[in-house]
Design a protein around this ligand. Structure first.
Ligand code: CA
Length: 580
C-alpha cells in the first residue's frame, strides 16, 4: 500500500448543525466540576478521573441499563483503549487503527468519522491502539500510529491541520491522548523498543506549529520556536554523558508514550518516561536519565523543573510512563503515581521531593523497598538479569525471575483518585517474568532490546487486582481480584462508586469505601478502555469502550490461558438510569 492519499474522510448529516462555542483553556481547567462536559483525557488535566455526579450511586446503580451502543465496524474491532470526550452534546472517541468518530452523545447517532490512512511499515510495539483525543477551540486533535497529529473541525470532521511528529520508519509512533495546558498542545512519542529519543513537544493547538521541544534523554538539545517559526537552541537536557556511557544516549529511549498531566497551580506538566534503550542494562552503566522517571516541565518555557527517577538503570522494561495525578495531601499539593515497577510513589508536585513510596503489588523481586532519604530503590543485585559478556558463550546472560514482569504492576490503564474517600483506585496485576540479556546493537527501525522474556503468573486464581490505596499510609483498604489481567482504566464518582472494566467483558461498579461489587454488565468483548460520566438534560450517563486487545494478548506468554476465550469485538456502550 503506497501512501498516495494521506487520509480518507467521510462526513454525514452535519450541514444543519450550529457551530460550537470554542473550547477554551478556562473551560478545560474547570475539569470535572463542569459535569456537562468531559473535555480532556483524565477527566480534568490533573487526571483524577473523579466526577462529582451522584445521580448514579450505591443505591440507584442496580437500575443502570444501556442507553445505546455503537460498533466501530468492519474488521478493525480489536484494541479499544480509548477514553471518550464529551462537548456540547457530542461524543468524540478515537478507535483502533488511528480512527476517530463523532457521535450524538444522547442517541449514539454517528455524525462523522475520520480514518487515517496508515502506511505499510508502522511499528507500534503494543497493538494498533489509540487512547483518546484533545479538544481546543473548534478542533478535536489526536495522534496516529504513523507519528502524526491530526486536527479536525468538531462539527464537520474536516481536517484543519496535520503535522508529522517524527519518522515512523525509525520506530516512532503515537497513541496517547494529547494534553491541552496553558493554551498549548502537549504530546509525547512512542518507540522505546526501537531506540527512539523520547521528548515532550508543545505546539499551537490552532495551527500545529511548534513552540518548544524538550528531550527526555540526557544530552539532547531542547528548542524553542519564535512566532515567525525560527528555531533556537534552548539548552541540553541534563549534562551529556553524566549518566550515560559513550554514545548510547543517542538512541536512549525514555519515550513519553502515555502522554502527560497538568496542574494549573504549579504551572507544570508531568510526563512519565519509558525504559532506557536497550533493555540490557549492562551496556549502559549509570542512572540513564531521564528514563523510567517522572519529568516535571515548566509549560511556559519547556525547561525541566524537576525529575524523579523511579527505576535508575532500569533492567526490566519498567517504563515509568504511568500518570502522575496531582491532589492535596495534608495541605500540600502532591502527585501520586503507581509505577510499572510495583511501587506507588507520592512526590511533592512543586519540587519532586519524595514523600511516600509503598509497594502496591504482593511481590517485587528487583528491590526490597525505596529509601525515602535518598529517594533511591534498595536494589537486590542478584535479581538483575546478568551480563551476557560474562557468560560462557557471551550470548546469553544469567536468567532471573523478576516480579513484576515487564507488563508491570500497573500498565497503561489509568487509575483514579477520589477527593471524597481520599483513596487511589489502582488497576494492578500480579505477574512476573523470566528474563535474560543478549548482545544487541542499534539499527534504525529494528527492535532494540538485547533481552528475551516469558511472562508468568504468580497466583493460581487471579492476575488482576483493583486496589483501593491510602496514599498517606500505603494501606490497601480493599481489593477486588480478577482472573485475567486488568487492562482498563478506572472512574470514581461522588455517588461513592468506582467503575472499571475486565478482559472477561464486564463493566463493573464497586462501593468506593468497601469494595463491594454492586453492578456489572457484559459488553461482549474485553474492556481495555477508560470509562467516563457526564450529565445531559438532567440525566447522568456512563460510557466505556469494549474491544479486547493491546499489549497483553501480544506479549502474554504463559498467562495467555487466562484470556484465551475472550471474544473480539469493538464497540462503545453508554448507560443511564431508566426514566420514571
Ligand atoms: Ca518499554
Amino acid at each position: 500500500m503506497k501512501l498516495k492519499l494521506l487520509a480518507v474522510m467521510m462526513a454525514w448529516g452535519v450541514g444543519a448543525g450550529l457551530a460550537n462555542a470554542a473550547v477554551t483553556q478556562d473551560m478545560i481547567d474547570k475539569g470535572s466540576a463542569d459535569t456537562g462536559e468531559v473535555l480532556s483525557w483524565g477527566i480534568g488535566t490533573q487526571g483524577q478521573r473523579f466526577s462529582p455526579l451522584k445521580q448514579v450511586n450505591t443505591d440507584s446503580i442496580k437500575h443502570l441499563v444501556p442507553a445505546w451502543s455503537f460498533s466501530f465496524g468492519g474488521e478493525k474491532q480489536r484494541g479499544q483503549e480509548s477514553q471518550p470526550l464529551i462537548y456540547n452534546g457530542k461524543m468524540f472517541v478515537t478507535a483502533s487503527y488511528s480512527r476517530i468518530f463523532a457521535l450524538d452523545a444522547k442517541t449514539g447517532k454517528k455524525l462523522w468519522k475520520y480514518e487515517h490512512r496508515l502506511p505499510e511499515g508502522i511499528m507500534p510495539c503494543c497493538d494498533v491502539v489509540n487512547r483518546g483525543a484533545a479538544l481546543f477551540d473548534n478542533l478535536v486533535i489526536f495522534a496516529t500510529l504513523d507519528a502524526q497529529l491530526v486536527a479536525l473541525n468538531q462539527d464537520t470532521g474536516e481536517v484543519v491541520w496535520k503535522e508529522k511528529i517524527d519518522d515512523y520508519s525509525a520506530g516512532y509512533s503515537a497513541s496517547a491522548a494529547p494534553l491541552i495546558a496553558n493554551g498549548l498542545l502537549l504530546t509525547g512519542v512512542s518507540g522505546g523498543e526501537f531506540g527512539v529519543v523520547g521528548r515532550v513537544e508543545a505546539r499551537d493547538p490552532r495551527t500545529g506549529k511548534m513552540v518548544w521541544s524538550r528531550p527526555t534523554v540526557e544530552g539532547h538539545m531542547g528548542y524553542v520556536w519564535d512566532k515567525d517559526g525560527n528555531k533556537k537552541e534552548a539548552g541540553i537536557s541534563g549534562t551529556t554523558n553524566k549518566t550515560w556511557p559513550g554514545d548510547l544516549w543517542k538512541s536512549g529511549g525514555a519515550s513519553t508514550w502515555l502522554g502527560g498531566t497538568y496542574d494549573k497551580t504549579t504551572g507544570m506538566v508531568y510526563f512519565g518516561t519509558g525504559n532506557p534503550a536497550p533493555w540490557n542494562s549492562h551496556l549502559r552503566k549509570g542512572d540513564n536519565l531521564f528514563s523510567s522517571s517522572t519529568v516535571a516541565i515548566d509549560v511556559k518555557t519547556g525547561q525541566i523543573k524537576w525529575h524523579y527517577q523511579n527505576t535508575p538503570n532500569d533492567a526490566w522494561d519498567f517504563d515509568g510512563v504511568n500518570e502522575f495525578i496531582t491532589f492535596d495531601m495534608d495541605g500540600r499539593r502532591v502527585g501520586g503515581k503507581a509505577d510499572r515497577n510495583g511501587y506507588f510513589y507520592v512526590n511533592d508536585a512543586k519540587t519532586g521531593a519524595l514523600i511516600n513510596a509503598f509497594p502496591f503489588v504482593k511481590k517485587t523481586t528487583w528491590a526490597n523497598g525505596i529509601d525515602l532519604k535518598t529517594g533511591r530503590p534498595n536494589f537486590v543485585p542478584e535479581n538483575r538479569p546478568g551480563d551476557p559478556t560474562q557468560s560462557a558463550d557471551a550470548q546469553k546472560g544469567k536468567a532471573v525471575f523478576a516480579a513484576p514482569g515487564f507488563l508491570g504492576g500497573k500498565n497503561q490503564m489509568p487509575m483514579a483518585y477520589s477527593p471524597d474517600t481520599k483513596l487511589f483506585y489502582v488497576p494492578s496485576n500480579e505477574w512476573g517474568m523470566e528474563i535474560w540479556n543478549e548482545p544487541v546493537a542499534y539499527k534504525k527501525g529494528a527492535a532494540y532490546l538485547g533481552a528475551s522474556f516469558t511472562i508468568k503468573p504468580i497466583a493460581d486464581d487471579h492476575i488482576g487486582a483493583l486496589r483501593a490505596m491510602d496514599p498517606t499510609t500505603g494501606k490497601i483498604v480493599w481489593e477486588y481480584k480478577n482472573k485475567a489481567p486488568l487492562w482498563g482504566g478506572v472512574l470514581t464518582t461522588a455517588g461513592n462508586l468506582v467503575f472499571t472494566g475486565t478482559p472477561e467483558g464486564y463493566l463493573k461498579a464497586f462501593d468506593a469505601k468497601t469494595g463491594k461489587e454492586l453492578w456489572k454488565f457484559q459488553t461482549g468483548s474485553g474492556v481495555v478502555g477508560s470509562p467516563i460520566t457526564w450529565e445531559q438534560d438532567g440525566e447522568q450517563y456512563i460510557a466505556v469502550m469494549s474491544g479486547w486487545g493491546g499489549a497483553v494478548p501480544m506479549w502474554g506468554g504463559e498467562v495467555a490461558k487466562t484470556f484465551k476465550d475472550i471474544s473480539q469485538g469493538g464497540s462503545l456502550w453508554v448507560f443511564k438510569l431508566p426514566k420514571h
